[in-house]
Design a protein around this ligand. Sequence first.
Ligand SMILES: Nc1ncnc2c1ncn2[C@@H]1O[C@H](COP(=O)(O)OP(=O)(O)OP(=O)(O)O)[C@@H](O)[C@H]1O
Ligand SMILES: [Mg+2]
Length: 414
Amino acid sequence: MTRGDRTEHLIGLLLGTEEDWPRAFEELVRRLGAVRGPGGTPHTLRTERITIEPFDLRAKPRYDLVIDRLAYWYYHPREWLKKAALMDDVYLLNSPFTFQSMEKHAAYCAMLRLGLKVPTTVLVPPKEPLDNARWAYTSAKYNRQFDLEALAEQVGYPLFMKPFDGGAWVGVSRIADADALHKAYDESGQRLMHLQASVEGYDSFARSLTIGAETMVMKFRPELPMHDRYAVDHDFLPPSAGLEVLAISKLINAFFRWEFNSCESLVVGDQVHPIDYANACPDIAITSLHYYFPWAISALLKWSAFCAVTGRRPRLDTDTRRYFDVADSDLSYGDKLAAYAGLADDYFEKDRYDEFCATSLASLDDIVRDWVAGPEFDGLLVDTVRRTYPAHEQDRFVAHFRGLLSLWVADSAR
Ligand SMILES: Nc1ncnc2c1ncn2[C@@H]1O[C@H](COP(=O)(O)OP(=O)(O)OP(=O)(O)O)[C@@H](O)[C@H]1O
Ligand SMILES: [Mg+2]
């Protein structure tokens, strides 16, 4: 029996330290019950938390779909995912083939090729020798001396120095002069670093979370503590910039086959500058997303159900030529964005997905709203706050998040 013929679907959760969204997801899968597939056949979904153990490369996994939150740092399950993708057609959010080989640097390259407004970015060789017996000979012969200060002058101050594959602000610094430049480069060790022109005085920082065919564009304030970074603000961008952020997010995710990813753009007037488009394990904690958490969990459940129940085939290949043909055409920037958005909607099967949500998952929005408004969700919220904050801050944060989630319940009932 192929994946597409089954009516019982097991969704594997590959987890690290998170408890909040997995509990939410497990509960909503239970509440959702049977889902009608194409042709009206009832399908059932179950979830299971995946354990890490030796695996035979020929063993058949029991999962139809796996939501991965671990393989970006734990390599045994990463190799298990690769086997499951190559040998067993398991549907992966996300596939390590698309993520570990296509990090932030690859996303910059693709975006530049597609004509997007990435700030000037230069990759410099590592500061420290690599631990490799071939290093001394190779670097003596082929590493060309370069003038770091002159390079920085060309990029222009202030600039950002940051790892080519980074995440979580590790190794990121804003550099205003040559002293800071040398200090940051000395500290970078063997890491490969970008120098990137800073987008100064931007009007908004847009963070967009893409889950399958859906994208939410949110106002982000990186300078505030985590619980305050996402602002509840529905019209913070000029309409054209809002559509552009949406189109770029869909485009990059479809281009690389990333189906669960967050993207960052800095918006100046109506100009959109993408700065970070590859996050293998996007933050979806209740304590970060608050108001937007129910949307994220619903989108994750809808996309998982759509892929499992309709037997959507996972794609390991990228289809770059279709995008490059648009990039190389004579179309205007706006028309290119529209063409890219069309390619992205094709990849994510947007029409079929919308139809599936409107029919097979018609009850889900009410199920989510009732659950968020009820005592079980409140228990999850309180547990999460207790795990996250010190005792003397817990009451304040419970009240804070309760307020934001009641606002969501009220807004979504409209
Ligand atoms: N070119 C830039 N112009 C202005 N600000 C920038 C630029 N690049 C990075 N920043 C600032 O530095 C922060 C961290 O940079 P970046 O997102 O590239 O690193 P990261 O390690 O992926 O961080 P995170 O995991 O928070 O996304 C950004 O959120 C932004 O505030
Ligand atoms: Mg970032």
